[in-house]
Design a protein around this ligand. Structure first.
Ligand code: TXA
Ligand code: MG
Length: 332
């Protein structure tokens, strides 16, 4: 078993040494768990793509201890990046900037740009500092899940995805539970590529101007592929009325066949009647709490073996933008 205690200094050192030797190590961040490898080694980074089953043309985010380490990966550091980093780092924001020649080639999937993030989780910070002391300026890390699947927000989820041969630093459940916001600062006016841990409104305010809406000239982002963040079960998003109608229908099979649930319902304003063959979880009314629980709840439904997950459409309120984005992709 290679589960390590993220709050133990010796375990952090062991993880940093494993990374130094070119191994893949999973670690917690404030958003979701990451599957890390040293960003300066194309061979180490190749192990991430292989473990995830991720196409090698999908760039990874490089995690750094501070702005100086970020700038060491960048060809230039535009004013927007500087402002956003000053406002939100360490924290759940990834900045895309042009990549310094010859740096983190495989991690960036050979693109001319690079995604950089300075996470705020104590365990991630301790690990990045230890890595920096060993001469590694950046740790490439996608979310610690197989390609296209649900992100992992606990160490146990990571073990479910990759088995227990992988070294996992356990830092508890991730506080936010949803991935970082990604802002592209490499092509003039900054563009929001993925809504996430920092809301659009808060980003706009720090920039002093609204983020541009992404268009189809934007670089391909795997997290923005239509189908992503998907549970094993089919997921359908329904408004409250359609959900009520769907759950009012009597089960199609006699209950004897349905000792285990086949349908899961995740709703905020609708409370379905208890029925055999069905499991219900209440979606929190608060967006932050809902983000915190989202992936864990969908994973719980998968673990129960349901074949269909019915989810009530989240509010259209801007605070729910990242949650709506993940659910829409899960349903695609
Ligand atoms: O919160 C997070 O961002 C987590 C934690 C572990 O830091 N990481 C994460 O990584 O969500 P991943 O690989 O699952 O999603 C990162 C997204 C991908 O969709 C990738 O295509 C995009 O960032 N990305 C990375 N580098 C990029 C670049 N140079 N240009 C455009 N998109 C990029
Ligand atoms: Mg991901």
């Amino acid at each position: 078993m290679t589960l390590r205690d993220g709050f133990n200094a010796a375990d952090i050192r062991a993880a940093a040494h494993a990374l130094q030797s070119g191994a893949v190590v999973a670690f917690p961040t404030e958003t979701v768990y990451g599957l890390g490898a040293r960003a300066d080694s194309d061979a180490a980074v190749a192990r991430i793509f292989e473990a995830k089953g991720r196409p090698v043309d999908h760039p990874l985010i490089v995690h750094v201890a501070d702005v100086a380490a970020a700038r060491a990966h960048a060809a230039d550091w535009p004013q927007a990046a500087d402002r956003l980093a000053a406002a939100f780092w360490p924290g759940p924001l990834t900045l895309i900037v042009s990549r310094r020649e010859g740096v983190a080639h495989a991690a960036a999937a050979a693109q001319p740009t690079i995604g950089l993030r300075c996470p705020s989780h104590d365990v991630a910070r301790a690990l990045l500092r230890e890595c920096a002391a060993l001469g590694m300026a950046g740790i490439a890390a996608p979310s610690a899940n197989r390609f296209g699947r649900l992100s992992a927000t606990t160490a146990a989820h990571v073990v479910q995805e990759f088995g227990d041969a992988l070294m996992v630093l356990d830092g508890g459940a991730c506080a936010l539970g949803i991935e970082s916001a990604i802002v592209d600062c490499s092509r003039g006016a900054p563009v929001l590529l993925r809504p996430g841990g920092v809301s659009r409104a808060v980003l706009d305010e720090a920039l002093g101007q609204p983020l541009r809406v992404r268009d189809n000239t934007a670089p391909r982002v795997s997290g923005s592929l239509p189908s992503h963040y998907a549970p094993l079960a089919r997921l359908r998003l329904l408004d409250a009325r359609a959900l009520l109608a769907a759950v009012a229908q009597p089960a199609a099979l006699p209950s004897v066949y349905m000792a285990t649930p086949t349908v899961a319902i995740y709703s905020r304003t609708v409370t379905p009647q208890a029925e055999i063959g069905r499991v219900w979880r209440q979606m929190p009314a608060d967006a932050e709490q809902a983000a915190h629980e989202l992936f864990a709840t969908l994973r719980e439904f998968d673990a129960l073996g349901v074949s269909l997950i019915l989810v009530e459409q989240p509010p259209t309120d801007p605070a729910w933008e990242a949650i709506r984005d993940r659910l829409e992709r899960a349903a695609a």
